[in-house]
Design a protein around this ligand. Sequence first.
Ligand code: AP5
Length: 206
Amino acid sequence: MKLIFLGPPGAGKGTQAAGVSAHLGVPHISTGDMFRSAIKNQTPTGIEAKKYLDAGELVPDSVTIAMVRERLSMDDCRNGYLLDGFPRTVDQAIALDSISAPDAVVDIDVPDERLLSRLTGRRICGKCQGTFHISKLADERTCPVCGGEVYQRNDDKPETIATRLKAYHEQTEPLIGYYKGLGKLRRVNGDNQLEDVFKAILATLE
Ligand code: AP5
């Protein structure tokens, strides 16, 4: 299956993608993770992308589409993919249709007022890459799964979150209409318990 997770920053795309990609047996491809890895490794893409991620703005389409085109040509995508964070503009969606068109698009819907506390409270384990909310951590510096040290993403600061939400509403939200028009859109209420969101996603794909 070729699947896209759409939704605002903090909707739970990455959290749900881990379980859903394992369930479907397709790779979880997060363009945000790809950019962060490129920045860490100081590749040409990473050097170009860094200023946009730091500001909470979208990386230019030409850079992003080239990166995804290369990733989707890899062997592990032969049976499908779960794209998390791509496409984010109508031009990216049009490009994806010509590379490898999706079968379904799940829009994880969460109201803006919930997103700020989810994002400012998000912590990521530097060792196992698990994502947690600070309110669920017994020790706010330690991963409850592997004991690694947790950190906060650079763009999870209130002022950058505001820019990311603006980019979502202006540039990404129009994709809801785009995929609705193609008959591929499924909507799931993401303002629910993690397990309930997971079940709702699987149910909508059946
Ligand atoms: P990216 O990494 O994709 O960030 P994002 O879309 O802003 O999404 P997030 O990762 O912040 O949120 P999420 O929906 O995955 O939520 P999560 O599961 O972590 O992109 C970062 C940057 O890269 C962009 O700003 C841009 O610069 C660039 N970029 C990436 N793709 C691009 C593209 N296609 N084009 C151009 N530029 C691009 O959950 C968040 C928190 O909520 C966690 O703490 C979690 O524990 C908690 N949570 C999750 N679900 C629930 C629930 N049901 N109830 C309570 N808490 C929950």
